[in-house]
Ligand binder design. Structure first.
Ligand code: FAD
Ligand code: NAD
Length: 500
């Protein structure tokens, strides 16, 4: 990079998402005199508002898109540069933006997030959802759509199948049950009736300590319809255009072109074989046409042998870290999932370069109860901790891995139920050495505790269980729960009194 540096900053942060903004806030509050630059591609920044520490590790907050001037007013030593980073030269400690400017840094933090990992980049009928623009594009297409296909079984798919109305949804999942990224088959069974609001749900407590579920046969499909007018909970659609946040869909009317309310058909244990235009389909020798086919702009062939015509396909198939501008000419270690590897000080393999949020992969030796998932919560925690690490390094102070990385914890909402995930909530990596305790009250709550060697190592809490703090404590203190046995989830016992 031969160009002259326009200015050398003590700290440069790339990315105006949760990770980057939290990193800036932490740095500038710890070293108010620091000369900090935030370089971000978009005109807005994402700010965390209404932050609430729910328990030792659980936190809740809203995410708002704000003009960057809000940050500059708050932190006088901060310069916000609205441009995308084109390249980084770690040897000369400089960053070049797409508008040709070059800035020097003493320490750099890359918080460039991720983008949807699309089934295909080239097909105009395949959409991903990431930011306000892509959500608006989705909404625009949806209002003219009669049928869409959603591929993927994680957070976005779960949100969309519940929220979309006025449009038939075919939901193609690789797994035996819905919501595989967040739940097991038992929780999936608990949630599935929510797709059919008509179904009366009698709240009868039933305690089950054995784990039994009915799984759909390979290639099976299930259809759920709901009359939204009879849905007891949830708010109606409001004006479009709100910024994406944890409840991004609540500000956007997700309505298709039909009079029907919700109609979701789940295609289990299948992947995408091919995506075809109507001409390609007609010329395809092994096509299995439905009567109405031929009239759709795009067709999707699944590995279960079925072909569906639809208006468009949503690829809700995960994210890829945005690393491209940073890799060329440098020596960053990149993880298998495409993220920049960071150590327990959020440092990449390049000197003076840190990374946080969706762009990075946590490569330190994890606590046995923590795993990385690309979530707002973790983007905030990583940005905050990266800011602290950068400040500690500048001030020559020691710093240890923060407590928030001790225990995985996530609060969210699926199918309008509060969902709390703790530790190894799906028994991740535990193998056969795990015992599951379950309590399920249909339509009300689903409680699962994961035990290993008699100690609680994870939990899934769906509904207003009020158990999060107690379970968090039981997981953190690793108390031997063997003497309590099945009583642990007995709904007639106040579990908190039990452990006083
Ligand atoms: C639809 C949807 C719903 C979600 N719901 C939830 C939820 O309910 N709960 C939850 O915990 N998580 C949720 N997530 C995940 C969460 O949004 C992400 O994990 C989190 O936003 C990541 O933050 P980040 O700061 O790392 O990245 P991002 O928010 O992606 O921010 C990256 C920033 O970097 C900028 N940038 C990128 N490249 C460059 C470049 N070359 N130069 C300069 N700037 C650049 C971008 O403009 C952006 O400002 C959801 C995600 C989506 C898409
Ligand atoms: N409430 C929440 O916490 C929430 C809500 C929405 C999104 N998010 C986050 O936003 C990000 C994006 O969401 P997402 O749903 O796209 O990702 P995700 O990682 O949650 O889920 C991706 C899903 O796609 C499936 N998949 C991957 N490749 C596939 C393929 N080729 N064919 C079929 N299925 C495939 C995976 O098995 C997985 O079920 C994630 O980091 C997610 O955690 C979180």
């Amino acid at each position: 990079m031969a160009e002259k540096k326009e200015k050398i900053f003590q700290f440069v942060i790339v990315g105006g998402g949760i990770a980057g903004v939290t990193c800036v806030e932490q740095l500038t509050s710890q070293i108010p005199s620091a000369d900090v630059a935030l370089i971000t591609a978009g005109p807005h920044i994402k700010a965390v508002t209404n932050y609430k520490q729910v328990s030792k590790t659980l936190e809740e907050f809203d995410v708002e898109e704000k003009p960057s001037s809000v940050l500059e007013e708050k932190f006088p030593n901060l310069t916000v540069i609205h441009s995308a980073v084109k390249s980084v030269h770690t040897e000369t400690h400089s960053v070049e933006t797409t508008d040709g400017r070059v800035f020097g840094y003493e320490k750099l933090c890359i918080c460039s997030g991720g983008r949807p990992k699309l089934l295909t980049q080239k097909n105009p009928y395949v959409l991903g959802i990431r930011d306000t623009d892509s959500a608006q594009e989705f909404q625009k297409r949806l209002c003219k759509a009669k049928r869409i296909v959603i591929v993927g079984n994680g957070g976005i798919a779960l949100e969309l199948v519940y929220e979309v109305e006025g449009c038939e949804v075919i939901w193609a999942v690789k797994d035996k049950a819905i919501g595989n990224t967040f739940f097991d088959a038992g929780a999936a069974q608990f949630l599935i009736p929510s797709l059919e609001a008509d179904k009366p749900e009698v709240a009868a407590p039933c305690k089950r300590t054995r784990y039994t579920t009915e799984e759909p046969a390979p290639g099976a499909s299930q259809t759920f319809t709901a009359d939204r007018s009879s849905r007891g909970h949830g708010s109606g659609p409001t004006e479009p255009g709100s910024a994406l946040g944890p409840d991004w869909h609540e500000g956007i009317a997700l309505r298709g072109a039909q009079q029907v309310s919700r109609r979701v058909s789940v295609e289990y244990q299948c992947e995408v074989e091919k995506i075809l235009t109507s001409e390609e389909l007609l010329n395809s020798p092994q096509q299995t046409l439905r009567p109405e086919s031929g009239s759709w702009p795009v067709y999707i062939q699944l590995t279960n042998g079925k072909t569906f015509g639809c208006d468009f396909i949503v690829s809700a198939t995960g994210v890829v870290p945005n690393t491209e501008p940073f890799l060329h000419g440098n020596n960053f270690s990149v993880a298998d999932d495409g993220g920049l590897q960071v150590d327990d000080h959020m440092m990449t393999s390049e000197p003076d370069v840190y990374a946080a949020g969706d762009v990075c992969t946590a490569c330190w030796e994890h606590s046995p109860l923590w795993q990385q998932m690309r979530l707002w919560t973790q983007a905030r925690q990583m940005g905050w901790y990266a800011g602290r690490c950068m400040a500690a390094e500048a001030l020559s102070e020691p710093i240890e891995l923060d407590f928030c990385f001790e225990l995985f914890s996530h609060i969210t909402k699926f199918f309008n139920y509060k969902v709390v995930l703790l530790g190894k909530f799906n028994g991740q990596g535990l193998g056969p050495d795990q015992e599951l305790l379950l309590r399920c009250t249909k339509g009300q709550e689903y409680v699962k505790a994961v035990l290993s060697g008699g100690r609680m190592v994870g939990a899934v809490l769906i509904g207003e269980t009020d158990l999060e703090e107690t379970f968090e404590n039981l997981i953190l203190n690793q108390m031997d729960l063997t003497p309590y046995g099945e009583e642990l989830l007995n709904p007639n016992i106040d579990i908190e009194d039990y452990f006083d």
